[in-house]
Every structure is written in structure tokens, then in C-alpha cells.
Design a protein around this ligand. Structure first.
Ligand code: UT7
Length: 315
């Protein structure tokens, strides 16, 4: 497939590090040094699906296609207020679309999982034009008394429209299952038959382990994927790395031995927006006119699962 439109939408409310330091035992200095994040956008009055619709509408407008031209929608999301229907159906309904949709919950690498599914559906002849919407509100998952997680996240949505083409040069999905590294549980409605004890636990994360996993998985997958498709690092124009932590991005850059100019970042004023982070970064760079036809973009993302993935896309 080929990406012919990008869009993004972020929550209105800006929360700075200093604002967090008013109610958490933290500081702008700690958050900036350890993560590179200065502020983040946090959902307050908005509905997540509306951010998804806004991002998707912008991507559709850029693509020149109409909503009716889309024949499959993939929505990447970890948590939203609806258990059912899927967020994709809600977004499709609000946009007047009638195509089938699936939600993918692959945490932070969700955009790459969605690209892989889109490419394979297209290769199977099942769809011509596909919309991917990554809509995430991780700020609703953390414990706002826990300084080790709540300072990291921001909310938003990113979208791309894909049509037939030969521009997805390769995708690689990977996993090192370890659900104890990032997890959260919600107590469900009891039935008359439930006898087991259930727990309501906000997001838990073993930050250092996830950091190590992120750097190892990203560098291994990027190098393996480039090799698999017969490309070299000097052909890569940009590395679009999941915006979790500037130190993670720096470590990946140093390991790959690639120059800083190839690593666009926006996390200082977004924080980690889970699977929305890559398509939001893509849209921001695209709208700044950074990409020219033929540029090679390497996406790499990692997160809960532990899941990770990489994709090579020709612009
Ligand atoms: O999307 C993928 C999901 N997650 C990630 O990518 C996260 C990956 N991990 C990380 O980014 C980093 O591990 C963190 C930013 C989460 C933490 O940085 P770290 O350098 O690994 O710090 P740490 O967890 O080892 O904590 C160091 C100290 C601890 O204090 P003590 O035990 O040394 O006294 C923490 O309690 O920093 C303390 N700390 C904080 N202090 C001020 C933890 N969070 C904060 C905070 N403000 N917000």
C-alpha cells in the first residue's frame, strides 16, 4: 500500500511539568532530565472518538478520497469508555462510513500492527483503501498519585489513509511476552456466579525493564528488517521512533550509529501517547513538508505485552 493522507488531533488541555509538581512529589528538572518531556495534552472535556474523527477527517481530506471510498477501518486503541461496540465502529458512524472495522489493542506499537494488517488485507485483495486511526487516552489508565507513570503520558489521535501501491517495503512484528512489565486490571461487573477475587489495579510499570526492552527490541528489529528487505541504514531518511522517552530514542540512535537529524521528535510537548505517537509525529513532520517522494521512513515502536514492531515505508 501507499500512505496518501495523514492527520492528527490532540487534546486541548496542556499540562506542564510544573503543574504536575503542584500535586506530585516531582519536578520539571527530574521529568525533563529522565524523559525529555516538558508538557503533555490531557483529555478533559473531549471524547476520545472525536479526536479520532478529527484526525481521520484531516487524513481523508489530504488523501483526496471520500469517506465512502474507504473499505476497511483499523482502529488502534488500548482503552476507551466503550466496552462495545469497538471504537472503530463509533468513529465510522460519526464519519458516515459503512465499512467494516476492527480495533487492535497492541499497546504502543499498535500503529505498526495496523500497518501490517492493512498491507496484508490489501495483498489478499480484500480492501482497496484503508483508514488507520490510532486514538489513545493513556492518561485515563495511570494512577495520578504515582509519579513514576503519570508524568509520562499524553492523549491524542493520529490517522493515515492508505491506497494501493508498493510503498510499504516491509513490516516486522515481535513479542517477548511479559505481562508483569506493564499492566492494569479493571474489576468487571460481577455475575451471580463469580466466586473468584478480582482486582482493580491502575497501570503498573517496571520502567527500567521496559527501557531495556525498548532499546533492545527496536535496534534488533530495525536492523533485521532492513537486512530482510535488502536495504542499508544509509538509505534511511528518517527513523520515526515511538515517542516514549528521549533517552530511549537517544540510545537507539547511538546503537544504530545514525545522526540526530534522522530522528524527529515531538515528545517534549506531547509525552507518550501510546499507539497514536507514531502517526501524530508522522502527520506533524508531513505537514511541515519534511518528506519528499522516495524518502525512506523507518517506524519502530514498543510497549506493553511486551510487544514491538518495525515498518519501512517509502514516501
Ligand atoms: O510506551 C512504552 C511504555 N513505557 C516506557 O517506555 C517507559 C520506559 N522507562 C522509562 O522511560 C524510565 O524507566 C522512567 C522514565 C519510567 C523512569 O526513569 P529511570 O531513570 O528508569 O528512573 P527509576 O525508575 O530507576 O527511578 C529513579 C528514582 C527513584 O527513586 P529512588 O528509588 O532512586 O529513590 C524513583 O522513585 O526516581 C524516582 N522517580 C521520580 N522522582 C521524581 C520516579 N519517578 C519520578 C518522578 N519525579 N516523576
Amino acid at each position: 500500500m501507499k500512505i496518501i493522507g495523514t492527520g492528527s488531533a490532540i487534546a486541548e488541555k496542556v499540562v506542564t511539568n510544573d503543574m504536575l509538581a503542584e500535586f506530585l512529589d516531582t519536578s520539571d528538572e527530574w521529568i525533563t532530565q529522565r524523559t525529555g518531556i516538558k508538557s503533555r495534552h490531557v483529555i478533559s472535556h473531549e471524547e476520545l472518538e472525536d479526536l479520532g474523527v478529527k484526525a481521520a477527517t484531516a487524513a481523508l481530506e489530504m488523501s483526496g478520497l471520500q469517506a465512502a471510498d474507504i473499505d476497511f477501518l483499523i482502529c488502534s486503541n488500548v482503552m476507551n469508555e466503550y466496552i462495545t461496540p469497538n471504537l472503530g465502529s463509533i468513529i465510522a458512524w460519526k464519519m458516515g462510513m459503512r465499512c467494516p472495522s476492527i480495533d487492535v489493542n497492541a499497546a504502543c506499537p499498535g500503529f505498526i500492527y495496523a500497518l501490517d494488517i492493512a498491507e496484508n488485507r490489501w495483498l489478499a485483495g480484500k480492501a482497496k483503501n484503508i483508514l488507520i486511526v490510532c486514538a489513545e487516552e493513556p492518561t485515563r489508565m495511570c494512577d495520578w498519585k504515582d509519579r513514576s507513570t503519570s508524568v509520562l503520558f499524553g492523549d491524542g489521535a493520529g490517522a493515515v489513509v492508505l491506497t494501493g501501491g508498493d510503498n510499504i517495503k516491509g513490516t516486522k512484528l515481535a513479542a517477548q511476552p511479559a505481562p508483569d512489565k506493564i499492566w492494569e486490571r479493571r474489576t468487571l461487573e460481577p455475575t451471580p456466579f463469580i466466586t473468584k477475587a478480582e482486582m482493580n489495579v491502575p497501570m503498573q510499570m517496571k520502567g527500567r525493564d521496559v527501557f531495556r526492552f525498548a532499546v533492545g527490541a527496536s535496534t534488533t528489529e530495525v536492523e533485521a528488517l532492513l537486512k530482510e528487505i535488502g536495504m542499508t541504514k544509509d538509505q534511511v531518511s528518517y527513523y520515526m521512533i515511538h515517542q516514549a522517552n528521549l533517552r530511549i530514542i537517544d540510545a537507539i540512535k547511538n546503537y544504530l550509529g545514525e545522526p540526530e537529524r534522522k530522528f524527529p521528535v515531538n515528545l517534549s510537548d506531547h509525552g507518550n501517547s501510546s499507539s497514536a505517537s507514531c502517526p501524530i509525529l508522522l502527520d506533524e513532520c508531513n505537514r511541515k513538508g519534511m518528506f519528499k517522494p522516495g524518502d525512506i521512513l523507518v517506524f519502530s515502536a514498543f510497549g506493553a505485552g511486551l510487544l514491538s514492531g518495525a515498518a519501512v515505508v517509502e514516501w
